[in-house]
Design a protein around this ligand. Structure first.
Ligand code: HEC
Ligand code: HEC
Length: 139
C-alpha cells in the first residue's frame, strides 16, 4: 500500500519524502476503525476540530449524501474517542465538516493542481490513501 502511494506521488512528479506523513501517529479505537473505516479511510481524529466532530456525529443520517447512522451507544463511544484526540484551533475547523476544506488541508495541499485531484486513481480529495498509502491512517 505504501508503495502504491509512492508510485502515485512520483507520477505527479513529487518527492515522497516531502509528503511523508509518517510522523502523524494516529491513536486507534476498534469501534471507530470498524464503523468509520468501512466506506472510506478512517480519518485520523486530530485532522478535524472537536466541534466539527460533534456536529458530524450528530448528523450521521445525512452524511455527505450517505446514511451512516449508528446506535446511540456506538455513537457516543466513537464521539468520545474523536473529541479526545481532535485537532485544536481554527486550522482544524471547516464549515462543511470536511477535512479537505480545513485551512491546514488547503495549505498543505496547495502544490496539488486540479488535474491531480481528479486523476482517476484519486477521484476525490477524501481518498487520502490513494496518495498517502495507509501511512496517513496510522497503520
Ligand atoms: C455508509 C458509508 C459511510 C460511513 C459508514 C461513514 N462515512 Fe464518512 N463519508 C461517506 C461519504 C460518501 C463521504 C463523501 C466522500 C467524498 O466526497 O468523496 C464521506 C465523507 C466523510 C468526511 C469528509 C471527508 C473529506 O473530504 O474531508 C469525514 C470527516 C467523514 N466522512 C467521517 C466519517 C466518520 C467519523 C464516520 C464514522 C462515524 C464515517 N465517516 C462513516 C460515507 C460514509
Ligand atoms: C492527490 C493526492 C493527495 C490526496 C488525495 C491527499 N493528499 Fe495529503 N498530501 C499530498 C501531497 C503531495 C502532500 C505534500 C504537499 C507539500 O508538502 O507541499 C500532502 C500533504 C499532507 C499532509 C502534511 C504532511 C506532513 O508531513 O505534515 C497531511 C497531514 C496530509 N497530506 C493528509 C491528507 C489527508 C488526511 C487526506 C484525505 C482527507 C489527504 N492528505 C489527501 C497528496 C495528497
Amino acid at each position: 500500500m505504501k508503495r502504491a502511494g509512492a508510485i502515485l506521488l512520483l507520477a505527479f512528479g513529487m518527492n515522497l519524502a516531502y509528503a511523508d506523513p509518517s510522523r502523524l501517529s494516529t491513536p486507534s479505537d476498534a469501534k471507530w476503525k470498524q464503523e468509520c473505516g468501512s466506506c472510506h479511510d478512517a480519518y485520523p481524529p486530530r485532522l478535524l476540530s472537536a466541534d466539527n466532530w460533534r456536529r458530524l456525529m450528530s448528523s450521521l443520517d445525512k452524511h455527505f449524501g450517505a446514511n451512516a447512522e449508528l446506535d446511540a451507544r456506538d455513537n457516543k463511544k466513537i464521539l468520545d474517542f474523536l473529541e479526545r484526540n481532535a485537532g485544536s484551533g481554527e486550522r482544524y475547523s471547516s464549515s462543511t465538516l470536511r477535512i479537505s476544506d480545513t485551512p491546514w488541508f488547503i495549505h498543505d495541499h496547495r502544490v496539488i493542481n486540479k488535474k491531480e485531484w481528479t486523476n482517476p486513481e484519486v477521484r476525490s480529495r477524501s481518498n487520502c490513501s490513494a496518495c498517502h498509502g495507509r501511512v496517513i491512517l496510522g497503520d
